[in-house]
Write a protein that binds this ligand. Sequence first.
Ligand code: FEO
Length: 396
Amino acid sequence: MAIQTVKQTVFSVGAKHWDRRLFDELIPLPDGTTYNSYLVEGSEKTALIDSVDPDTLNDLFENLTDHGVSKIDYIIANHAEQDHSGGIPAVLAKYPESKVVTNEKCKNMLIDLLDIPENKFLIIEDQEILNLGDKTLQFFLTPWVHWPETMLTYLKEDKILFSCDFLGSHFVSSELFVKDEVKVYESAKRYYAEIMMPFRKKIRGYLAKLNDIEIDMIAPSHGQIYDKPELILNAYNDWTSDNVKNEVVIPYVSMHGSTKQIVEYLTNALIQRNITVKPFNLTVTDIGELAIKLVDAATIVIGSPTVLGGPHPSIVSAAYLANVLRPKARFASVVGSYGWGGKMVEKIAGMLGNLKVEILSTVMVKGSPKEIDFKALDKLADEILKKHENLNLKKE
Ligand code: FEO
């Protein structure tokens, strides 16, 4: 790991976790991740913006030592989650004169999580300024991106926004700045879908507030730095808008082939109607891919066989996830099969309480699908088409 220069007196000193493949024991990380920590050297004071995951503390300390850092005056904690804050106790031990600069809520969480002594904190309010000599940091409290204590730090003279998780991506590269915009867009969309989507409306408000400051660079604490901030700001404006697209997502599981047949038939019926459709066999699906598709889709169709009177447990897990991620889909349906009975549709519908969706016709098939069932699936495809036409949706 080597120190990288963001701009004269601003350095990236964090860690690259090339081979991490799972976050929160839940989220796949196909491209690894980074825990970015930034050193800002003012003429009088030095600040470290966020620390690193404790597993990668050696990288941080190696970088600080290589750079000859003998004193850190302020450790800015934008977020209490341990992938950014977990290294703070060790940094405090090495640089005992440091103060942890954060908001009141974050302070309390850092005390709870990391047992940092109360007298180590310097508490700031929204929009407060911290002087480093010839550099000025300003703090913007942005609760719920994605915890209640989250905040952003803005370096006024260099117009750099240190956004921590917000606007970030789980992506690791030797290059400090975004180069492959297509790849980073996809990674950032995955990150938004998995972490930020439940807070879409709050985020929209924060994006509007960011219009009030001039931003030349966005330096998140995961992924690369955006030296063309419009890439990520435009993307977030699109993802957080109320607009949905002419897309259907079909998460499904099939045990003996009936539900697979149903899903395949419906998929083709939707393709014939010029609707973008993505079926996800949950037994082989990276849930991040499913989350990405939930960002824009107008309609979600869940496909499941009946197991002990209800949906397959993998479907329960996916429905739970979709419900907590709160995608902006407008319509939902359930298709699937049963042997002798059950209440699958009611049970799945009951799991989607957070979604503001209109439930369309459902198609439940006894045994394997027959002519009458295929007709019902055609009817469902027609209904979806009509709903999408009424919304005047664009195809991706
Ligand atoms: Fe990257 Fe919410 O921590």
